[in-house]
Design a protein around this ligand. Structure first.
Ligand SMILES: Cc1cc2nc3c(=O)[nH]c(=O)nc-3n(C[C@H](O)[C@H](O)[C@H](O)COP(=O)(O)OP(=O)(O)OC[C@H]3O[C@@H](n4cnc5c(N)ncnc54)[C@H](O)[C@@H]3O)c2cc1C
Length: 424
């Protein structure tokens, strides 16, 4: 039976809304739909993460999870404009996309540089969240200057042998696959000697060591590669072209954070500004002048961000290319989300400092205190990373200077030197 929803780029806004509403009525469980009428907190209360993951293939196979993707790869092949109508219609039900790095970082590289065999093999399981992905880019000695990385890949017939250490690898501990940037030619300039690979994390020689961040949770890891064998068929793009392939992943990740992609992610972790305003209102009339000023300032910044993203999505032929746009949005959204989460925690007053023991927390309010401290505090602590992950704000500002404002490139005396001659 065809499970894909019947929408195409010729569908009118009204037709899209009707078809999506009919799909929701049949496929979204009744209790979730009822909760949606009472807001996001209520959805969180009735719908556990496990429930959502178990139900998720229903969403993925409808095409609604990646509406702009071609129909051959679980999408609907519709325009960004139609995708936005779909997202607006689904928004009340909070149907977040799982496997965000697979969707936003791996898929752009596969679409732009992968082979048909790679796309057919990997994209479907990414969309259905059957195979989860992470990205092996940063190393202890290579973060902002990613092109200086030292992980080696040496060819041995039809196989590559990878050795090195990666760090800050988000979700490596729960992923099946990774994209990996490795050095295949140390004798040429640092950006020229890199190649992009797909690494099966269950391969012999891969060791994942979890790192705990300041919120107390494990999100990212160190990953050690010790003589890991990768078939040449798992190379994405040409040998030596890894820098260009990685750029498509990085732009995808930055678009995901900025909300300017068409993939449905409109914002990053923590509560949004609308939700914050509703919460404040629910406590009674907002009479405190400082609170009112903060809310208006946040609301204005959020509106500007939203309109800028709308403009960037609509004007694909405008003066700003996709990667410049991704950097703009990433810088803006990273700092705005930090400010928002900080104000939300401020608004909790003493509740924000009420650390609860996990056992007591479970009894008090299961979801909100699930990890021993309030959800809002966890979101605020996590938001500190928003201006670092996916390239720091400083690095993205450099990119904006070069790609959007047309300023001179940042000087790098080692840019053309053979990598093996650069002091490390
Ligand atoms: C939560 C989180 C998740 C992450 N997930 C992943 C992941 O899944 N995979 C992955 O590969 N990496 C991941 N990273 C790593 C991330 O991409 C790097 O932390 C980031 O690129 C910065 O590199 P660095 O930490 O080595 O800092 P450095 O490069 O050492 O930078 C230190 C400081 O110097 C500044 N700086 C450096 N160079 C310049 C310059 N030229 N001009 C101006 N300022 C400069 C930086 O902005 C920063 O403030 C993650 C990081 C975080 C925090």
């Amino acid at each position: 039976m065809e499970r894909r929803i019947q929408i195409d780029s010729a569908s009118t806004v009204e037709e899209v809304r009707v078809v999506v509403a009919a799909w929701v009525e049949i496929h979204v469980p009744e209790s979730w739909r009822a909760a949606a009428t009472r807001g996001l907190d209520e959805i969180r209360r009735v719908r556990s993460r496990q429930d959502y993951e178990a139900w998720y293939p229903e969403f993925a196979t409808s095409g609604l999870a990646v509406p702009t993707w071609p129909t051959a790869y679980c999408g609907l092949g519709v325009t960004n404009a139609v995708a936005r109508v779909i997202d607006d219609a689904l928004r009340p039900y909070n149907l977040g996309r799982l496997n965000p790095l697979g969707l936003n970082s791996v898929a752009p590289a596969l679409f732009a540089h992968g082979t048909e065999a790679q796309r057919s093999r990997y994209l479907g399981p990414i969309v259905r969240n059957e195979e989860r992905w992470c990205q092996l880019l940063s190393e202890p000695g290579a973060g902002s200057d990613l092109a200086s990385l030292a992980t080696r890949a040496v060819r041995d017939g039809d196989t590559w042998v990878l050795d090195g250490q990666k760090v800050w690898t988000t979700w490596a501990h729960i992923s099946e696959f990774a994209i990996c940037l490795a050095r295949t030619d140390p004798t040429v300039a640092k950006r020229s000697g890199l190649t992009y690979f797909i690494v099966d994390l269950n391969s012999s020689g891969v060791e994942v060591r979890p790192l705990r961040h300041m919120g107390g949770e494990v999100d990212f890891n160190e990953v050690f590669l010790d003589s890991v064998h990768v078939p040449d068929s798992q190379r994405i793009g040409a040998e030596g072209d890894g820098w260009r392939v990685a750029a498509s992943s990085l732009a995808g990740e930055r678009q995901m954070v900025s909300g300017s992609s068409s993939g449905g992610v409109d914002r990053i972790g923590g509560r949004g500004i609308d939700e914050f305003i509703t919460r404040c209102r629910n406590r009674g009339p907002i009479t405190d002048k400082l609170t009112r000023q903060k809310l208006v300032a946040l609301y204005s910044q959020e509106s500007v961000r939203h309109w800028t993203n709308q403009r960037l999505r609509a004007d694909k032929t405008g003066p700003i290319d996709a990667s410049g746009a991704a950097s703009l949005g990433k810088v803006d959204q990273g700092s705005l989300n930090q400010l928002t989460q900080m104000h939300i925690v401020d608004s909790l007053g003493m509740d924000a400092v009420a650390w609860l023991e996990p056992e007591r927390a479970r009894m008090a309010e299961a979801d909100r205190y699930a990890k021993g401290l309030p959800l809002e505090v966890r979101a605020m602590l996590r938001s500190r990373a928003n201006t670092i992950e996916g390239g720091t704000s400083e690095i993205n500002k450099n990119a904006i200077g070069e790609r959007v404002l047309g300023l001179a490139r940042e000087p790098d005396i080692w840019a053309q030197a053979p990598w093996q001659e650069i002091p490390r």
